[in-house]
Design a protein around this ligand. Structure first.
Ligand code: PLP
Length: 311
C-alpha cells in the first residue's frame, strides 16, 4: 500500500535492504517494479549508507528506498534519510521487527514517508496476523484506508472507480493489538534483559559477538543474534544442532535477498570485492532463543550448551 501510494509501478526501481525477510522485497514485485538490493554495514547489520550512495550513482532515479531495522536494531536511519532527501526519493521503513526501537530517541518507522509494522504471531506484540502502516501525510493514509477496504466509493450501490484490497484489520484483532500495546514497554525490557544476559555470558568467549547497535540507538532486541569470528572452529550449524539435540530451537540469520532463487537475477550493490557483508553475516550468524517467556533457568541452559562447544 505504501508503494502504491507512492505511485510505484511497472519497471520502477526500488532500492531494498538485502539482509532481511522476503516480506520487505515482495511488495516491489507486487507493483511490477524492479528491486535493486543493497548490502549491509557491520555496525548494525542494516543497509550501508555508503552502498546506498553507490547505488544512486548507478541508478540515479529510483522511485523509493525501503530499509529494514533488522531484528529490532535501528539502521543508520538518519544518514539514510538524508541521502534519500538529497536525491529527492521517498524512504519507506520496514519496522516490522523494530516496534518501540528508537534512533536518537525517535521511533523507528517514523523517519520515512511511510513506516510499516507487523503484528504477525512471532513479533514483539501480535494480533495473530496483520500489521500497520504509518505516515505523517493524512491524505495518503486516507487513500490507503480506502484501497485497503475494497475501494468503496461513497455510494449506496457499491461504486468502484479503482481496484480494491481487503487489507484491513478486523476489529477483534485490533482489540487484541490495543491490549498488547500496553505491555510493549515490558516486552522490550524483557527482550533487553535477554540480550544483556547473553552478552555478559559470552564476554569470555572471543569468538562470539552480539549483533551490534549504534550508541545513539535503542533496539527493542526482538531477537538476540550473534556472529561467530571468521577464525572460529565452531560454525552456526554446530550451535543450532547442539541446541536442537536438547529440543531447543534456534535459527540462522535471514538468507539475503540477492542470494534467494527468486531474486538472484536482480542487481545487488556492495562495496566489497569478495564476499558481501550480508552474505558474511548470513554465514556466520545465529539467532538465539529470545522469547519473552524464556525463564532464567532456560536461558542459562542455552548459554551452557553454547559455552560447552567453545571449551
Ligand atoms: C514479519 C516481517 C514482515 C511482515 O510480515 P507479515 O507476516 O506480513 O506481517 C516484514 N518484514 C520483516 C523484516 C519481517 O520480519
Amino acid at each position: 500500500m505504501a508503494f502504491k501510494a507512492l505511485g510505484i509501478t511497472n519497471n520502477d526501481i526500488v532500492f531494498c535492504s538485502s539482509l532481511t525477510f522476503s516480506a520487505t522485497a515482495n511488495p516491489i514485485i507486487y507493483q511490477n517494479a524492479t528491486p535493486v538490493f543493497i548490502d549491509s554495514e557491520k555496525e548494525t547489520w542494516n543497509m550501508d549508507p555508503r552502498a546506498l550512495e553507490k547505488a544512486f550513482k548507478k541508478y540515479p532515479n529510483p522511485k523509493a528506498v525501503i530499509v529494514v531495522h533488522l531484528y529490532g536494531t535501528p539502521a543508520k536511519i538518519e544518514e539514510i534519510r538524508d541521502i534519500c532527501n538529497k536525491h529527492n526519493v521517498p524512504l519507506v521503513e520496514d519496522a516490522a521487527e523494530s516496534l518501540g526501537a528508537t534512533f536518537n530517541k525517535k521511533q523507528t518507522g517514523t523517519f520515512g514517508k511511510f513506516g510499516i509494522y507487523s503484528f504477525n504471531g512471532n513479533k514483539i506484540i501480535t494480533t495473530s496476523g496483520g500489521g500497520m502502516l504509518v505516515s505523517d501525510n493524512n491524505e495518503r493514509i486516507q487513500k490507503v484506508r480506502f484501497w485497503a477496504t475494497q475501494s468503496r466509493e461513497p455510494a449506496r450501490h457499491y461504486e468502484h472507480k479503482e481496484i480494491g484490497y481487503n487489507y484491513r484489520m478486523s476489529n477483534i484483532c485490533a482489540g487484541i493489538g490495543r491490549g498488547q500495546l500496553k505491555v510493549l514497554d515490558k516486552r522490550i525490557e524483557k527482550k533487553t534483559n535477554i540480550y544483556e544476559r547473553y552478552k555478559k555470558s559470552f564476554e569470555g568467549i572471543s569468538e562470539i559477538e552480539m549483533q551490534p547497535y549504534m550508541a545513539n540507538s535503542k533496539p527493542n532486541h526482538w531477537l538476540s543474534a550473534i556472529i561467530l569470528d571468521k577464525t572460529s572452529k565452531i560454525k552456526p550449524i554446530d550451535i543450532i544442532e547442539a541446541l536442537e539435540n536438547e529440543n531447543i530451537e534456534s535459527r540462522p540469520i535471514w538468507k539475503p535477498m540477492h542470494m534467494q532463487p527468486f531474486f538472484k537475477d536482480y542487481d545487488f550493490i556492495t562495496l566489497e570485492k569478495e564476499k558481501s557483508i550480508a552474505q558474511d553475516i548470513f554465514e556466520r550468524g545465529v539467532c538465539l532463543p529470545s522469547d519473552t517467556k524464556i525463564t532464567d533457568e532456560e536461558q542459562k541452559k542455552v548459554i551452557k550448551i553454547i559455552k560447552k562447544l567453545f571449551i
